[in-house]
Ligand binder design. Structure first.
Ligand SMILES: CC(C)(COP(=O)(O)OP(=O)(O)OC[C@H]1O[C@@H](n2cnc3c(N)ncnc32)[C@H](O)[C@@H]1OP(=O)(O)O)[C@@H](O)C(=O)NCCC(=O)NCCS
Length: 222
């Protein structure tokens, strides 16, 4: 898949109109079949239309690859039948990028919550979102409280293609609608640079607890 950035002077890649229309149809079908509340649908609909009609290039950051066809990213609510896939994605990504900073006990403790039953249980009391590419889940974001985030994980094969940003933007938009003026994240050490790019600032020093380590960060006027 081509995740390459456009260099200066290069002709912008734009998805052909037919592909854009198909992509919009696919996006809307997924939104309509999701279990989200109306207000959330508006957020997604607004984003889809904005992307497809006003900023079509945004679509092509990861969509066009002549070898495998169009790849279109969708952000939508997590569905309970997807718990196993999400847990696998999160555990695998955690073990590679986050676990190296934890002690053995910290890793074991963290992974105890990464089983489908617990994922489903958590999703019943908070809105979890997934990113899909061609209907395959490649990222997930899980809120904490009404202005925090506990899990943001993107499959390593899809890093640096704007998926983490889209997931975070989605949660921020939802929090804003609910009146939050500040969003707090316990960043992994690996993700510090990502959150900095997203406008977050460290709120304290590193926290080490129970064999785990994280960097509290926050963003005003999210
Ligand atoms: C952190 C993570 C979610 C980022 O997802 P992603 O889809 O790769 O991020 P994006 O492509 O949307 O990146 C957005 C911007 O941040 C930058 N960025 C992404 N990861 C970065 C990193 N580790 N360090 C520095 N900058 C980073 C990107 O280059 C991009 O900047 P640009 O728009 O100026 O080019 C992903 O790397 C991941 O799953 N990491 C392992 C798990 C983890 O640590 N999660 C955080 C738990 S709180």
């Amino acid at each position: 898949m081509s995740g390459r950035r456009q260099s200066q002077g290069e002709k912008p890649e734009t998805a052909p109109k037919e592909i854009q229309e198909n992509a919009l149809a696919s996006f809307l079908t997924q939104i309509e079949t999701g279990k989200g509340e109306g207000a959330l649908h508006d957020v997604f609909l607004g984003r889809a239309v904005q992307k497809l009609q006003q900023r079509p290039r945004q679509l092509s950051r990861m969509d066009l690859n002549p070898a495998v066809g169009i790849h279109f990213m969708v952000i939508r609510k997590f569905r309970e039948e997807e718990a196993e896939r999400v847990c696998k994605l999160v555990s695998k990504t955690f073990e590679e990028f986050v676990a190296p900073e934890f002690t053995k006990e910290g890793v074991e403790k963290w992974l105890q919550d990464e089983i489908p039953e617990k994922q489903i249980e958590r999703s019943r009391s908070r809105d979890t979102y997934v990113a899909t590419v061609n209907h395959e889940i490649v990222g997930v974001i899980e809120p904490r409280g009404n202005r925090g985030i506990t899990r943001l994980f993107v499959d390593r094969g899809y890093h640096r293609r704007g998926i983490g940003r889209e997931l975070l933007d989605t949660i921020e938009a939802i929090y804003r609608r609910r009146g939050a003026t500040r969003i707090k994240v316990r960043s992994s050490l690996y993700a510090e640079g990502f959150y900095e790019k997203m406008g977050y600032k460290k709120s304290t020093g590193l926290i080490r607890k129970g064999g785990m380590v994280y960097q509290p960060t926050e963003k005003n006027s999210c």
